[in-house]
Design a protein around this ligand. Structure first.
Ligand code: F6P
Length: 320
């Protein structure tokens, strides 16, 4: 490997800069040139390619977002787009590529690997929805950001003796909701994976909690379960308890990464370069059972991830 390219793709996640920095500096330490690709695959197709030196990544490890910018790129799902991307990599001498993103980004990496560009994927998403890893870059920061925001909503909710619905991100995955549900002591966690959303039962539970003397009722609603604003109106009408909805939104994706995100992202970035140096391709780095591992991208994409029922049941018990 003589030149490694690095890009971030899909939704940004805190810690991506730590991963980029680690890729750059590990590669340079091995005598490999590094090119940064701006705006994900979109930028690759537009040849937005820059050289990266050790100094270019100075003062970045503590910053949220991604210094390379990111994008979601529909063309990279087409064969034409993939061929063009591989040809551009060849034109710029990029014989190894590190793709930091989620499953969608790995599908692009897999296509490039088949077209002769050695590729390694790093799991970068606040959603924690990548099956081959127990850790994804950005989740730890996002879940802490959400937890702190929910604590604040809880203060006012208690003062006003209200029901508060707080909607967290996660697309089709309930990890942010589940972790916040436990960390914030929510009365109810609504997750896309639990197909038993039953508003009547929820209303009954709110009334029962009022009877038991609870001062407020916190519902963590994972994005995708239902419309929090309308849900709030229906709950207020049915229970007589004032209800407000708060959608945390993109603030969950920003902010300075936690120590865990900086450290894990750094190790993963370094590992990606090591794998390329060893001649590996079409791999995804993951963290499983206390170890950093790498998986074949096809295998990683076919793996299924389920939210732990055990943890969900505990959350229910603790909401007593
Ligand atoms: O994948 C990260 C994520 O923040 C999801 O939780 C959310 O559904 C989605 O991205 C939002 O995407 P966008 O920023 O493009 O609206």
């Amino acid at each position: 490997i003589r030149t490694i390219g690095v890009l971030t793709s899909g939704g940004d996640a805190p810690g991506m800069n730590a991963a980029i920095r680690a890729v750059v500096r590990t590669a340079l330490a091995c005598g490999i040139k590094v090119r940064g690709i701006r705006r994900g695959y979109h930028g690759l197709l537009k040849e937005e390619i820059i050289d990266l030196s050790a100094r270019d990544v100075s003062d970045t490890i503590q910053r949220g977002g991604t210094i390379l910018q990111t994008a979601r790129c529909a063309s990279m799902r087409t064969e034409e787009g993939q061929q063009k991307a591989a040809a551009i990599c060849k034109k710029y001498g990029i014989d190894g590529l590190v793709v930091i993103g989620g499953d969608g980004s790995f599908a692009g990496a897999k296509a490039l690997a088949h077209l002769g560009v050695n590729t390694i994927g790093l799991p970068g998403t606040i959603d924690l929805d990548i099956a081959c890893t127990e850790y994804t870059i950005g989740f730890d920061t996002a879940v802490n950001t959400a937890m702190e925001a929910i604590d604040k909503v809880r203060d006012t909710s208690t003062s006003h003796e209200r029901c508060s619905i707080i909607e967290v991100m996660g697309r089709d995955a309930g990890y942010l909701a589940l972790w916040c549900g436990i960390a914030n002591g929510a009365e109810k966690i609504l997750m896309p994976e639990e197909h038993d959303y039953d508003e009547e039962a929820l209303i009954k539970d709110i009334k029962e909690c009022q009877r038991r003397g609870k001062k407020n009722y916190i519902i963590i609603n994972a994005e995708g379960v239902g419309d929090s604003m309308n849900m709030a109106k229906r709950i207020e009408a049915a229970t007589g308890m004032e209800t407000r909805a708060t959608i945390l939104g993109h603030m969950q994706r920003g902010g300075s990464p936690t120590c865990k995100d900086r450290v894990y992202a750094s190790v993963m970035g370094a590992k990606a370069v090591e794998l390329l140096v060893q001649g590996k391709t079409n791999r995804v780095v993951g963290y499983m059972h206390g170890e950093y591992k790498d998986f074949d991208i096809n295998e990683a994409l076919s793996m299924k991830k389920t939210v732990p029922d055990y943890q969900y049941d505990i959350a229910k018990t603790l909401a007593l």
